[in-house]
Design a protein around this ligand. Sequence first.
Ligand code: LR7
Ligand code: MN
Length: 589
Amino acid sequence: YGKLIIFILVALCFILYSKVQQQSGDEAPPVRAAALRGHARDRYNAYAESENEIARPATVSPYEQSIQLDLEKQKIGLGEQGASVHLSGKAKERGDAIYKKIALNEELSEQLSYNRSVGDHRNPLCLAQHFDSSTLPTASVIVIFYNEPYSVLLRTVHSTLITCNQQALKEIILVDDGSDNPELGGKLDYYIRTRTPPGKVTVLRLKNRLGLIRARLAGARIATGDVLIFLDAHCEGNVGWCEPLLHRIKESRTSVLVPIIDVIDANDFQYSTNGYKSFQVGGFQWNGHFDWINLPEREKQRQRRECKQEREICPAYSPTMAGGLFAMDRRYFWEVGSYDEQMDGWGGENLEMSFRIWQCGGTIETIPCSRVGHIFRDFHPYKFPNDRDTHGINTARMALVWMDEFINIFFLNRPDLKFHADIGDVTHRVMLRKKLRCKSFAWYLKNIYPEKFVPNADVVGWGKVKSVSSNLCLDDLLQNNEKPYNVGLYPCGKVLQKSQLFSFTNSQVLRNELSCATVQHSDSPPYRVVMVPCMENDEFNEQWKFEHQHLIHSNTGMCLDHKGLKTVDDAQMAPCDPNSETQRWTIEH
Ligand code: LR7
Ligand code: MN
């Protein structure tokens, strides 16, 4: 019996012990179970995936702590309504230091709420517009980024969630173009999972950096909304910026739309506009760069003729677009050739798309009731793949496909690109142009951008303006074209180069691409030749006469003269003398 009792006691002890064991083994699960509820479950999963420590009781993800700290750093009300903010003390020092490095005040960005509003800068006429959300097409907003400051990217996401119509906004697709900034990895994923509405925001990771063109294509491929809206990763919208874009696409599916792009200062984050009364549209320069132009008078007349609303809030045809912020019907995006996927890095895709849209039957329009701010930086915070001039190379690809004979003017401006080895093959894009039966570049210039000055069209002569008696040519020394500048006389180049390219137009104007020749006001010599920004209408520019090889300025009656000038000097005028050898000039073509 004694042995039996001992056996039973031992057995009981064993059973009891194993029960206790089981319970203590359950000790962790209650904590875990709690962590698995709702968002906490995701938190646990994120933690488990990222740290690979399933065994240890789930505390909070280290991302959670880091995000909490981020949120604590943000000061309510700072920069609200797009006000400028100036840091002081240590924070200012940190801000200045990072600004020097990445051309953006990341320290300040981290202190501004992700949800700050930038105010409503729309034309008051826009407030009378009402859109029925239930009938608007849906939108996929695609934001591509490469090592964008984390807080700036998140502000772009939150701003979109807040300011773009909830019902119409189907998804936001963030495309990571191979960033190596660690904050943009697991922490970003975790943030999106725990802090944005379920299913709204997706992060698409590209294995390598593919450049912004292919990154946009990757985003577009997975998008499911009716309309694609592309944004740079440093944008903040005004209220109601999505609706008018979506509405216009519903009305006209081959219209490619841009909002008015306002400026968010990269240093103090102030949101600024040119007022609501006027805005600029896109132009281009013959060197292949995008530029802003005033809305041409001709286009205002078209708006008055064709648009039923008040003109100021009518869609405005834009010869080109800046490229970063635009909305487009998703199917039309693919039909009309999406992008040239052989374009690398950054640049050129915007003019390519602009010319293609217009030449192939679409339109590019600025929608005045849609306003979005963009952070403009003084320099690129990143390097280009293999340090190549991807802008130049991409632009040459564009020119080969879309510019026809006008490519000569482009190469005149960019001789370095004429035989560049990296341009590659463009046959498939030429075939696309054929397939879509697109119109010529001459058609585009005549009908879409007649204000654009073509150096060798409607001219008496063009090319080098050379002295008959010496080897001196007019030369703008590639000076800034936005301000008046003195034009020089310089030894003529063997071949025509951009700085010596001048035109004498049918309306008697001596000019280059952007500037027109005038004579500086003065009571005594020297009477210098000054180049001033040309008027849109060539007839309003100052006139000259080209007679018996003399270049005569009509207003002063004086002649271009290089008498007594050193080989490198400002061009000057003198009283006309029919016998003077130093007043005779030839125009190359
Ligand atoms: O390799 C890269 N991969 C990327 O994903 C390089 C950049 N990017 C991302 C980057 O993080 C950003 O979100 O691409 C976006 C555009 O790059 P930015 O902001 O450095 O370019 P940007 O604003 O100086 O340049 C303008 O011209 C570009 C030409 O390729 C693009 O079209 C940009 O989208 C365009 N930006 C705008 O149109 C905003 C208005 C500014 C103007 C004018
Ligand atoms: Mn940008």
